[in-house]
Ligand binder design. Sequence first.
Ligand SMILES: [Zn+2]
Length: 394
Amino acid sequence: MTLIGPENPDQARLLRLLRDDGPRSRVELADALGLNRTRFIAEVDRLTAQGLVETAGPAASRGGRRSSLLRIAGQVRFGAVTVRAGQLDVALTDGELAVLSRLGEPVDVRSGPEAVVGRAVDLLGKLRAEAGLSRLTGVGVALPGPVAVREGAPLPAPALPGWHHFPVRDAIAAELGCPVQVDNDANVMALGELHAGTGRAFDDFLYVKLGSAIGCGLVLGGTLYRGATSGAGDIAHLRLTDDGPLCDCGNSGCVEAYCGDGALTREALAAAHGGRSTALADRLAEAGTLTAADVARAAAAGDPAAQTLVRDGARRLGQVLVGLVSFFNPAIVIIGGAAPGIGPVLLAEIRGVVYRRSTPLATGSMPIVLSDLDDRAALVGAARLISDQVFAAR
Ligand SMILES: [Zn+2]
């Protein structure tokens, strides 16, 4: 595998500036990097020769010499892979991490890592061929459970049965012949927020990922914080009560057992069977089962029982957040991954608990908002994950 990338910290900073801010004039870039003209030209020449940057036309004149715009080269293309419990998505992005094309299909993670990773490679290969590319610059992967980032493999998790220690990173790198980086989806979505979402305006924030698997990504000082063993933010199996509902992990009373999609559908079935919600009972009779999306739709349509279920889960999550914001003091909390339509009811309850029970020092001006990136957070974040590695000085 031919590795391309910056040769020194100045080249790395230049690439990241162009990735994050888009095309900029040579004069501005030299100023931003604090490099003299000769040195700047030399660094740009090296990056141009590697096919990493290119001229993008003349910049607006600032008087005196005209400067030309520089941008990440058109041949820089990142692949993104996101695996969820029932869905596989892949995308191709440009060097500024805008999604150019994407493909997705239902997938059962219980069919094992070989099958799912094989499909991801096939779909990426298809996008690569459609774009007429001989290789990808790198691929980022988001998995729905904790990941040993240095090993590029999942840790044991109920959401990924049979995936423990499977070399996801190395398997994809071997097939596609490019660098690959793997992380858990909450971290990856936090990176997506940092790059293209509300998080762009903040250096310190919490990204809370809801859905079938719950997680939290921590951005500290503008970078993702993973902790000593990549376990930071793994809040799914914090125990809220000693006698709570049974969790997939084998314990009881975990955050996920109260607030995950599994909990929502379990309670929704009970409400439908117990005659507490005609909307949910009708949906159950029609579809034979209930999903988190069904509860979200019923709640958005004003069904009181569905709204109560959403509020119960949100209240538990709010209690967890009270501790997290007091300890971490983020500038903002961004919540994503919830079923579409569930947001307003969820957010109102979480805000109520957090603002009522936190100290003013922690929450004085701290907004709690829903992510506006939808599932793009994970795709952009996966591209950001690998671009951080490719655009790091060797
Ligand atoms: Zn658990």
